[in-house]
Design a protein around this ligand. Structure first.
Ligand code: AOF
Ligand code: ZN
Length: 355
């Protein structure tokens, strides 16, 4: 039992967010959503949205709760839908099940739903509270929210730097900057991200596979590689050009079947195209050339900076030399990763309901 309702709401919403997190990277173009049903002092139903085309989180939780859903409180990380999409409206399912109260973390920015789901529930006499752990939910749904409002995936640039702000030796030879737990973190990130972008320079130099490698785990999946190769320098036999990969090029190179080709030099246009493919999140890995191009176009939304406790002295400093003037960010926080410190910063706001 909980001390009071606020404590109960926060705790159970936290559980709903954890359920949603299980499907991160698997639901696109849909959002990750989790749902918990609480009645008679205990959790009686749990659910999350596993994959686009499958039932929504609320439906799984209602099924799990069975008759115990009547008179219950429902915690859901995204406003229940009110529209007929690939599945019928969850608001109707909740009304039909006779739930008493619905607690929502964040409203749905999808214009088909936005506000209408809550309105439908209230019109049916159900109490609705909105905004419990809203910030956490919005961060978890950042990719979906960006694509639904702006038509393009959310772009995260990750890089490592020494304490004195150096990313690599001047000759760019590969040195490992970060520790083991940061590397594990990066593979966790790949497991949850829809696509990874690299430039041709990185492919030719490092021959990356861009796969997810997490020891002892058999539930991982690989992100879609997106290779920026303007002049067609990457051989079509490169490992990274596996089935489903995307190549962005202006060359007339012919690619095997199963490789998707975007012929454009305009980054905004390319991102819109990736949005059309249902990609909600794009992780920018590799060299400063591609990152600088994204940065100049204001297309880096989030930064993940691994700070490693080393000093390099002479070396390549970060890409920010492309900018002048002081730029504010929309929030930042730090995490300890054993050997390293991870800074997360939001350069562009995460779209709310107003966009
Ligand atoms: C989800 N899972 O748990 C919730 C969603 O095409 P549909 O029928 O799957 O509808 C997708 C939309 O439904 C999605 O864009 C979002 O606005 C809303 N809510 N979607 O995939 C869920 N609650
Ligand atoms: Zn729904």
């Amino acid at each position: 039992m909980y001390q009071d309702r606020t404590e109960q709401d926060t705790h159970l919403m936290q559980e709903a967010l954890s359920l949603a997190a299980r499907a991160l990277g698997r639901t696109s173009p849909n959002p990750p959503v989790g749902c918990v049903i609480y009645h008679h002092g205990r959790v009686v139903g749990r659910g999350f949205h596993p994959k686009a085309g499958e039932p929504h989180a609320e439906v799984f939780a209602l099924k799990d709760a069975g008759d115990l859903a009547r008179g219950s409180t429902v915690y859901v990380t995204l406003e229940p839908c009110s529209h007929h999409g690939r599945t019928p409206p969850c608001a109707d399912a909740l009304i039909e099940a006779g739930v008493r109260r619905v607690v929502v973390a964040a409203l749905d920015p999808n214009p088909l739903v936005s506000g209408k789901g809550v309105e439908k529930l209230r019109n049916a006499g159900i109490q609705v509270a909105v905004g419990v752990l809203q910030e956490q939910a919005t961060v978890q749904q950042a990719g979906f929210r960006t694509r639904i409002v702006q038509g393009r995936p959310r772009v995260t640039y990750k890089f490592a730097q020494t304490l004195d702000g150096k990313m690599a030796p001047l000759q760019r030879e590969q040195v490992w900057l970060t520790g083991l737990s940061s590397r594990r973190f990066v593979h966790e990130l790949r497991n949850q991200t829809d696509a990874i972008a690299v430039g041709s320079g990185t492919v030719l130099m490092d021959h990356p596979q861009l796969t997810t490698r997490l020891e002892g785990r058999d539930d991982t999946r690989d992100p879609t590689p997106v290779v920026f190769d303007r002049s067609g320098r990457v051989p079509v036999t490169a490992k990274v050009l596996r089935e489903g990969a995307v190549v962005v090029t202006e060359s007339q190179q012919v690619y095997p079947e199963g490789i998707r080709v975007i012929r454009s030099a305009d980054l905004r246009e390319v991102l819109q195209e990736l949005g059309t493919l249902g990609i909600n999140s794009l992780l920018l890995e590799g060299g400063p050339t591609l990152a600088s191009a994204f940065l100049k176009a204001h297309l880096i939304d989030d930064l993940l900076v691994f700070i490693t406790p080393k000093i390099m002295g002479t070396g390549l400093s970060s890409i920010w030399t492309e900018l002048s003037g002081l730029q504010e960010v929309h929030g930042m926080h730090a995490e300890n990763l054993e050997e390293d410190v991870l800074l997360r910063a939001f350069l562009n706001p995460i779209p709310g309901v107003e966009g």
